[in-house]
Ligand binder design. Structure first.
Ligand code: AMP
Length: 194
């Protein structure tokens, strides 16, 4: 059992890799983006509060996402948790460390999906086009304009976590631009290391 963070800019493939780990290892994916999108459609007060922020590509407040994660952590995960899109700020990273230690859980690895920006914009445009072609809903923040804002938020608020986890000795990097199967294989190698 392993608890891991998938770290990387929007469009790096965190969600795809997380879903594969759920299928192959019975891990539990905790995607704050998915939780927030669910809240948005559920018509709750919190959903209304976050809708506009998300559509602009900005970050939702730390307290909201930390609360969401805390709730899920109490449910437990025998196969381990995958934190996908969380933490996104240093405050969230500190809160996660505190929550894990309260529950007696370890953070086994922080896996960075390393990618370059130009490739990311292409990926996000493709993701929107594929979803549209399959008749699936297209994320409203998957437009080139909003994507730029999300990328800027990433560099300003989230990229510092790379140094934060490196300093803790927890950071592992994989080439996020490699083929999907090859990224999965690299992640498996990290997880299976004794
Ligand atoms: P994602 O699906 O991870 O790309 O997240 C979609 C949007 O949800 C982001 O652009 C933010 O507006 C919001 N969001 C998701 N996770 C977080 C987080 N950990 N902290 C703040 N905002 C978040």
């Amino acid at each position: 059992m392993a608890n891991i963070i998938l770290l990387g800019p929007p469009g790096a493939g965190k969600g795809t890799q997380a879903k594969r780990l759920v299928d192959t290892r019975g891990m539990v994916q905790l995607s704050t983006g998915d939780m927030l999108r669910e809240a948005k459609t559920s018509g709750t007060e919190m959903g209304r509060k976050v809708a506009d922020v998300m559509e602009r590509g900005a970050l939702v407040t730390d307290d909201i996402v930390i609360g969401l994660i805390e709730e899920k952590l109490t449910q437990g995960a025998p196969g381990g948790f995958i934190f996908d899109g969380f933490p996104r700020t240093l405050k969230q990273a500190d809160a996660l460390a505190a929550l894990l230690s309260q529950k007696g859980l370890a953070l086994d690895a922080v896996i960075e999906l390393a990618v370059d920006d130009a490739a990311l914009v292409g990926r996000i445009v493709k993701r929107a086009a594929e979803a549209a072609a399959q008749g699936q809903p297209v994320r409203r923040d998957d437009t080139p304009e909003v994507f730029e804002v999300r990328l800027r938020e990433y560099y300003k608020n989230t990229a510092p976590l790379i140094g934060y986890y490196y300093a803790k000795g927890a950071l592992r990097s994989v080439d996020g631009l490699a083929a999907m199967d090859s990224v999965s294989a690299d992640i498996a190698k990290i997880l299976d290391k004794p």
